[in-house]
Design a protein around this ligand. Structure first.
Ligand code: MD3
Ligand code: FE
Length: 173
């Protein structure tokens, strides 16, 4: 966070996201007026994203293994910061090359309502509460499901204060 600070990025449609983001690993997810992509360099600083800490990589690999995906080797970790009122609208994660690899998410801080939809945006999403310490493995049929996060309710978390941090581990190369 010190090397590559959180920032609110702009979508290709010209909207500023309410969620603030940063990355670590060989690639980081970014969006700007030209589109979405994974880039080795932080456009804010002009230097590569910070390395993925081995403890992060190992946690993601062990979680994927428990979910039935052996040998998960993430090369990107997107870090999302939610403050009260911020949300992530329904979307699919389609910017990775290999949909056979799962995505592993780690929730920290305030609880959130995760929206888990179907293969069409119009499918009514199911709601799941994600709390501090939850780790979820999204693979197979779920990998391309629409999903999002409902507006974050205000609160105070003992370790993280008035925010939720979510890590998503991805294999993008
Ligand atoms: C289900 N993040 O960064 S993590 C994202 O809580 C994203 O910040 C949410 O959606 C968050 O793209 C949800 C859980 C997650 C991540 C990727 C998925 C669920 C997924 C990809 C496919 C299906
Ligand atoms: Fe997503």
């Amino acid at each position: 966070m010190a090397q590559s600070p959180f920032r609110r990025m702009t979508t290709p449609g010209g909207y500023q996201m309410s969620v603030a983001m940063t990355n670590c690993g060989e690639r980081g997810w970014i969006t700007d007026h030209t589109g979405y992509r994974y880039d080795p360099v932080d456009p804010r600083t002009g230097v590569p994203w910070p390395a993925m800490p081995p403890a992060f990589r190992d946690l993601a690999r062990r979680a994927a293994e428990q979910g039935g995906f052996t040998g998960f080797a993430p090369d990107a970790c997107l870090v999302n910061r939610y403050e009260p009122g911020t949300r992530l609208s329904l979307h699919q994660d389609k910017d990775e090359l290999d949909y056979a690899a799962p995505i592993v998410s780690v929730s920290l801080g305030l609880p959130a309502t995760f929206l888990f939809g179907g293969m069409a945006r119009s499918d009514k999403p199911r709601r799941f509460r994600l709390v501090h310490g939850d780790v979820v493995v999204w693979g197979g049929a779920s990998r391309l499901a629409y999903h999002g996060v409902a507006p974050l309710a205000d609160g105070e978390h003992a370790l993280l204060g008035r925010q939720r941090i979510n890590l998503t581990f991805r294999k993008v190369l």
